[in-house]
Write a protein that binds this ligand. Sequence first.
Ligand SMILES: Cc1cc2nc3c(=O)[nH]c(=O)nc-3n(C[C@H](O)[C@H](O)[C@H](O)COP(=O)(O)O)c2cc1C
Length: 310
Amino acid sequence: MSNNTGISLSVKLGKLHLNYPVMPASGTFGYGEEFSDITDFTVFGALVTKGISLEPSNGNEMPRICETPCGLINSIGLENVGFKRFKKEKLPFLKKFNIPVIVNFFGKSIEEYRILASELSGLDGVSALEANISCPNVKEGGRAFGADPEIVYDLVSSVKESSKLPLIVKLSPLVTDISLIAEVAEKAGADILSLINTFPATHIDISTRKFTLNRGYGGLSGPAIKPVALKLVNDVHNAVRIPVIGMGGISLWQDAVEFFLAGASAIAVGTAAFINPNIITEIIAGLKGYLLNNGFKSIYEIIGIASAGK
Ligand SMILES: Cc1cc2nc3c(=O)[nH]c(=O)nc-3n(C[C@H](O)[C@H](O)[C@H](O)COP(=O)(O)O)c2cc1C
């Protein structure tokens, strides 16, 4: 999107065109309803939903959110309204904004991912799918789908076959070699990669001597994970040809600039929006100013240009 400054922030992620390269991170934006009264979506590159499953889920028991210095641990447990209610009650609202709608989704088996991808592809108003592969693979003893290259290949190729929509594969940081997983996802047909999801973490209340979260542990997000996320985004950018959506602890426009310099073609903001619902608008303004002040005309000119050495 060009404006009176002549700066272009629009990006093409394969077949997915975004007027702005910043979007909410899945699960921190619900289905958009709660945010629509308190923030302006005009400069959102996309609207990204909470992870949807075939059947509704209540998630984990409370307490399931806990603050830590520089971060948040959540064990929401992928609570969601399920495919049918999403289609009937949530998608009509999201469609109204004329901004691409990205539906984050997950399953308990590859078959569930496949069926859901096919069902979601049939819906008018869905622009792209984001497969969350950090979920437990019930058939394989609960190990995350995203941790095993062979399973990642089978899952991504199966989803790709059943959907014509651009497919974003959201990677887990909890792997030995994220570049390998990224390459496998690309080979299996992913159009875009997004990363990172949260890191397993916990907190203990020393007065009760109990874990603070009912489930005992959760996933860490927010500024605490930013340096790690930035490195992983750079690793993945160097490993694949497809575009990368970077996220993990972005809370200032300067953080966003770092992610573009590391190789992200777009970014997502999650935890920071709980503190500042206008964060995306502020990041867009900051990005424009940065490009202008440094003599760049387009966001493309800074993607992946960070270099080592003096
Ligand atoms: C409360 C909460 C719920 C989340 N739910 C999902 C989800 O449903 N699907 C998903 O792929 N990621 C989910 N995430 C992960 C975020 O999308 C994002 O990857 C992560 O929080 C890192 O970004 P941040 O540090 O900007 O929050 C969730 C994160 C939080 C904090």
